[in-house]
Design a binder for this molecule. Structure first.
Ligand SMILES: Nc1ncnc2c1ncn2[C@@H]1O[C@H](COP(=O)(O)OP(=O)(O)OP(=O)(O)O)[C@@H](O)[C@H]1O
Length: 339
């Protein structure tokens, strides 16, 4: 059965210490060029991003392509070093760990990738793919114990034990994503980063995979960072939503608050594009002018101001901080100060 979103949201805001906390995360990529490979510029992929993830909570990171969502996920998983900031798991700083010290932390965080066709090694049998994390983290003493565990995991994600002996190309996209989820669960993680985990699937298959993730979360008490460019995908499965634009979180709130009363003009525009079945929920479409500016030279002040229909002088001069605008609801817009 799917977990109660309202209850879990309450749990996430009771003041219990967060499982994951990200504080002032910055990730810049230098651009090298010329014969000498000198640094010509910097891609400001993530700028001053902070958030917490509670035990058993789903936080969705949403925004258009290129806004920095995947980079946040990679920083969390220790796949790329931070330019600045701190990441803690259960209060322990993990961004400074390396080698042996990092391994137990790596076990506690795993990932499900976007593309079920390229994320599974085509030359390995399902048994080997799912057993890899079990072997890497020494979670089974014998080959027989490992195989039994792989069988249990496959059944848990809705596949039969017979899938063990087959190759990835023998499965559909949805089945491959189930194999990817079994692999993500194999290390017995506390946190799973799902990076566009359902984007490549048909809508009906998307719903099945989302339901599976919600069931697993309820059963195992997992925390999920669910990265998606599509607000409609996360609406029925997330506890909270953080909206990113050009490397920054511009709004973060419990699911209901974001969908019922967005407080940032960018969130309003994103929501206006979400198709609604109920006529009373339909919004007038807000079409933003222009393109997302380059992260090599982001605008001064508010990064959204060049496309914002409400921009005024102050927006070019000052970066708006994330201000509280409701219970657990923060938005980075100067308009909220005067409201
Ligand atoms: N290794 C890298 N070197 C240089 N620039 C990078 C690197 N990785 C990401 N970027 C840039 O950082 C910015 C953020 O990319 P990121 O992949 O995190 O965005 P995203 O929101 O996840 O988008 P998408 O869904 O398209 O992956 C983009 O401008 C991207 O081109």
């Amino acid at each position: 059965m799917a977990p109660s979103l309202e209850r879990s949201t309450a749990a996430a805001t009771t003041g219990e210490a967060p499982l994951v906390s990200v504080d002032g995360l910055v990730k810049h990529f230098p651009i090298h060029g010329g014969l000498l490979g000198r640094t010509k510029g910097t891609v400001q992929a993530v700028n001053d991003v902070s958030f917490d993830l509670a035990r058993g909570e789903t936080l969705s990171l949403v925004g258009e392509s290129g806004c920095g969502k995947s980079t946040v996920g990679k920083c969390l998983l220790g796949l790329t070093p931070l330019t600045a900031g701190e990441i803690r798991l259960d209060g322990v700083r993990i961004d400074t760990l390396a080698g042996r010290a990092l391994k137990p932390m790596r076990r506690r965080m795993s990932t499900v990738f976007q593309d079920p066709f390229s994320s599974l090694n085509p030359r390995m049998r399902v048994k080997e793919i799912v057993a890899e994390p079990i072997r890497a983290h020494g979670l089974a003493r014998t080959a027989a114990a490992r195989e039994a565990r792989v069988g249990d995991l496959l059944e848990r994600v809705g596949l039969s034990r017979a899938a063990m002996g087959r190759m990835p190309h023998q499965f559909s996209g949805g089945q491959r994503q189930r194999i990817g989820i079994a692999r993500a669960l194999a290390s017995e993680p506390d946190v799973i980063v799902c990076d566009e985990a359902v984007s490549a699937l048909d809508v009906s298959v998307q719903a099945q995979i989302i339901n599976l993730m919600m069931d697993l979360q309820a059963e195992l008490g997992l925390s999920l960072l669910f990265i998606s460019h599509d607000l409609a995908v996360v609406e029925h499965m997330t506890h909270r939503v953080a909206v990113m634009y050009l490397g920054r979180i511009v709004e973060v709130a419990p699911r209901r608050a974001i969908f019922a009363g967005p407080k940032h003009p960018y969130t309003e525009a994103l929501l206006s594009a979400v198709p609604m079945v109920e006529p009373e929920k339909r919004r007038e479409r807000i079409v933003l002018s222009g393109d997302v500016p380059s992260p090599i030279a982001p605008p001064s002040g508010c990064v959204f101001r060049t496309r914002c229909p409400h921009a005024f002088d102050r927006c070019a001069a000052e970066v708006p901080p994330l201000r509280p605008v409701g219970a657990g609801h923060h938005a980075a817009c100067h308009l909220n100060e005067t409201a």
